[in-house]
Design a protein around this ligand. Structure first.
Ligand code: GAL
Length: 854
């Protein structure tokens, strides 16, 4: 398990083998042919990692990029997030998390290449697909088609970004890291919905981009009729079968999804590392030369940047680097080994003609030989149930089910995608109580003192406007806030007894989305949310009324705007029908009544979460914060949690709302639970094609309990934590948790292919074969403090539950202790020096180890 900036001898191997051409950036040329990009005259195999700059913080960027590089990545990819940069027409922002130039320079300093997917439509589970909401309100605008205002603003922004990159010398032709640029994003799926105008737009977008003279090729992903001036690329879980439309274009894979995103109220998708590796190996086997993990580090949708509706604040994505910046093992390590193996084949792969040979009904090999005689072979078994033995060049090879073997010298298997030899890490969120800052009052209280400010349900400070009927939510807020109040009132006859003698009146609401709380006479009576077909959700709930005037205040909420689809910018939100039933007058339809509207909350408008505006309201100091109160702001002064580990805010005891630390937007929280009836798995079968719902966990649990608070947002003491709670929670139970690697495991067979990687030469792999070995590495500045389990033999169980089997070398634990204890990292060979190799001769032996890091 690793964190930022590790410096090991292995790293030098990677720099030496993988990154030589990218270390010194003088001006260089980027072109391509049907096989690959040609960088400075040399074909290159590119293994790329998507890291979106606003989904982490600048303090994390160097560590993330280094960890990607250590994982065998040579290229970083990012979208450009238009709505984060052009806040209103011509009003640009490039500070903080949006410091694109700094991000590009971080990549450059690491000696890596960069793919800039400018879009500027990006999808990406990002609010409004990245296009600024204001553009929807420029009269006459239709997004992503042959539409003058859209093209005008799109071109202006693209040109602005390109010029900015040029000014900072970031393109390859200027000695910078950018080798490729993207215009649009998966437009092919939607082009036909726009008719002929869609086709014209595609051509316009390509021409407009190419005319920017960046000196680098342009790509259009999932574009099925690409103009010849751009390269069409594939996005999918598998792209081995992809062929660019023109035979003159190289085969590029811009989005390989190593996991999937989450939505509030749904379970948690995971893609098994064996299958990710399988898809990558298959792609390179079948002639691919550039592959990008979308995402390699997913990160966080801070503030209100999540798209939607309902995309979680976490954008962890089950990616090789987790949301908090830690290597996700074994995924990260397994892919690192894969990258090393593929890179050993690079020259033969890119300079030889493949010869495909069938080795069985579902087995095939592709052999690449270059003019120097170098030979590389990749053998795959597409059988999703059974392993099998195949014969290749007079040698037999065993291939596990759904796996690919890599033979950089056409003889030795250096890697098989289904054999995970790298370490697994167990990561835990360790709770730490909020520590009241010394500057806060009531130092002797157990938790911090919470100051409280209550919002009124409904109109505060006068309505923004009144209108007969229900307006569209998004057209009204223009997304300046999630919240819009719809308020009205109606009279209940003094003589109406129907609701007094046990028969409850009901409120019926139909809404286009996304969520709503219903307040009657200032009391929260019902909530609803949904994203089905229109009406996206209905509320049908008993309510308490009184004789005389009753006030209805509906708090309608967006939870991230639509981020993809044809004409997605026209999808609305908010209630469309409001009725009261069960009173004397029968049904009261309020849908066309006079409604008074208020955009946003008072605390939001006054920015009471911002350290400069904290005192804009009178906070009430409380010894015990009130619980289960809707519409309540809470504020506390807290210390930074001890240690260096990444921090998550534990909101499991809260309802739904927004959180900030020192004015920085942590984002939306909503520990909404996934249904216990969804399909979840205990153990994932890696075999067979992956779909996002194949290997889910967390059924019946909150989709997102912890909310990442970057360490760089904290000062040692006096941190202002502000929470806005919509429906009620228990703030005394809010905690920080630190993310810790509690233990490392490894499980390896004695015949696992192992090589002396620091010295490995492509032509003489055999000489570098060594005994199978296990490497264990703690996160930065941690050491192996205990050996929880070790067994050489036939141990059973999984990481966390290992047990000895029928065959067990009794010295296993003491050997591991001797080699590993008190070290940051260690390597254990499965050799006679360490273990009794001759034990149980008829058993295929393995070593399973679990150690603790502290
Ligand atoms: C793709 C899209 C990406 C992202 C991905 C799913 O279709 O291009 O931006 O949305 O799906 O994570």
């Amino acid at each position: 398990m690793l964190m930022a900036r590790p410096h090991t001898p292995v790293l030098f191997f990677f720099i030496f083998f993988f990154c030589i051409p990218s270390l010194s950036f003088g001006a260089y040329n980027v072109s391509y042919d049907s096989r690959s990009l040609i960088i400075d005259g040399r074909r290159q195999l590119l293994i790329s990692a998507a890291i979106h700059y606003p989904r982490s913080v600048p303090a994390m960027w160097p560590g993330l990029v280094e960890l990607a590089k250590e994982g065998g990545i040579n290229t970083i990819e990012t979208y450009v997030f238009w709505n984060g940069h052009e806040l209103s027409p011509n009003n640009y922002y490039f500070g903080g998390r949006y410091d694109l130039v700094r991000f590009c320079k971080t990549v450059q300093e690491a000696g890596m290449y960069l793919i800039l997917r400018i879009g500027p439509f990006v999808a990406a589970e990002w609010n409004f697909g990245g296009v600024p909401v204001w553009l929807h309100y420029v009269p006459g605008t239709v997004f992503r088609t042959d539409n003058e205002p859209f093209k005008y603003y799109m071109k202006k922004f693209m040109t602005f970004i390109v010029e900015k990159m040029k000014k900072n010398k970031l393109f390859a032709s200027q000695g910078g890291p950018i080798i490729l640029a993207q215009v649009e994003n998966e437009y092919g799926f939607y082009e036909s919905a726009y008719g002929e105008a869609g086709k014209r737009y595609t051509i316009w977008a390509a021409n407009m981009s190419v005319s920017q003279s960046t000196g680098v090729p342009w790509i259009m992903c999932q574009q099925f009729d690409p103009p010849d001036t751009v390269i069409d690329t594939c996005n999918s879980f598998y792209c081995d079968q992809f062929k660019p439309i023109s035979p003159n274009k190289p085969k590029f894979w811009t989005e390989n999804w190593p996991g999937w995103f989450k939505t509030f109220g749904a379970s948690d998708p995971h893609r098994p590392p064996e299958d990710v590796a399988f898809s990558v190996a298959r792609f390179f086997q079948k002639g691919g030369s550039l592959q990008n993990y979308y995402m390699y580090h997913g990160g966080t949708n801070f503030g209100r940047t999540a798209g939607g509706p309902f995309i979680t604040t976490s954008y962890d994505y089950d990616a090789p680097i987790d949301e908090y910046g830690l290597a996700r093992c074994p995924k990260w390590g397994h892919l690192k080994e894969l990258h090393r193996s593929i890179k050993l084949c690079e020259h033969a792969l890119l300079n030889g003609e493949p010869k495909t040979q069938s080795l069985g009904p579902l087995q095939e090999v592709d052999v690449y030989e270059d003019s120097s005689g170098a030979c590389a072979a990749i053998i795959s078994n597409m059988d999703d149930k059974n392993g099998t033995t195949v014969m290749f060049q007079n040698t037999t090879y065993y291939l596990p089910a759904w796996s690919v073997s890599i033979l950089p010298d056409c003889k030795n298997v250096v890697f098989n995608t289904a054999k995970v030899g790298s370490q697994t890490s167990f990561v835990e969120m360790i709770p730490t109580d909020l520590q009241p800052s010394a500057t806060a009052l009531n130092k002797n209280l157990k938790g911090p003192q919470w100051d409280v400010f209550k919002e009124k349900a409904g109109i505060w400070d006068g309505a923004d406007f009144t209108k007969n009927g229900l307006v569209d939510h998004i057209n009204t807020t223009k997304d300046t806030t999630d919240y819009l109040w719809y308020t009205t009132s109606f009279l209940v006859d003094e003589t109406d007894e129907s609701f007094r003698n046990g028969r409850s009146p009901m409120i019926l609401v139909e809404s286009k989305g996304h969520a709503m709380h219903v307040f009657i006479n200032q009391k929260l009576e019902a909530s609803g949310s949904g994203n089905g077909t229109v009406p996206r959700f209905k509320i049908r709930s008993p309510i308490t009324l009184k004789a005389g005037k009753n006030e209805i205040a509906l708090l309608s909420m967006t939870v991230g705007l639509q981020n993809a689809g044809a004409f997605y910018e026209w999808v609305g939100a908010g209630p469309t029908s409001v009725k009261i039933v069960g009173i004397k007058n029968g049904t009261v339809n309020l849908s066309n009544s006079k409604w008074a509207y208020k955009i946003g909350l008072r605390g939001e408008l006054l920015r009471i979460y911002d350290t400069n505006h904290l005192n804009s309201v009178n906070w009430e100091s409380t010894l015990r914060p009130p619980k289960h109160q809707p519409l309540t702001w809470y504020k506390a002064l807290v210390d930074s949690p001890p240690g260096q580990e990444p921090v998550g805010l534990d909101m499991i005891h809260m309802g739904k709302g927004l959180a900030w630390l020192n004015g920085n937007e942590i984002g939306r929280y909503w520990p909404r639970k996934a249904s216990p009836h969804e399909k979840c798995v205990q153990q994932c079968d890696y075999r067979g094609r992956f779909m996002p719902n194949k290997c889910n966990t967390g059924c019946g649990e909150a989709t997102q309990r912890w909310y990442h608070v970057p360490r760089s947002w904290f000062k040692p003491s006096g941190n202002v934590l502000v929470i806005f709670e919509e429906k009620g929670g228990d703030p005394s139970k809010i905690r920080f948790s630190t993310r810790k690697v509690s233990s490392l495991c490894a499980h390896i067979a004695e015949d696992h292919p192992s090589f002396d990687v620091e010295h490995l030469q492509i032509r003489s792999i055999e000489e570098y074969k060594k005994k199978a070995s296990v490497s264990l590495k703690c996160p930065t500045s941690k050491r192996i403090s205990a050996v929880k389990f070790a067994s050489f033999g036939d141990p059973v169980g999984r990481c966390g539950t290992y047990a000895v089997g029928g065959c067990h070398d009794p010295n296993s634990v003491s050997v591991v202790q001797k080699v590993c204890l008190n070290k940051e990292e260690c390597e254990l060979e499965l050799s006679q020096d360490n273990f009794d190799i001759n034990l149980c001769p008829n058993v295929a032996k393995r070593l399973a180890v679990e150690v603790l890091c502290s």
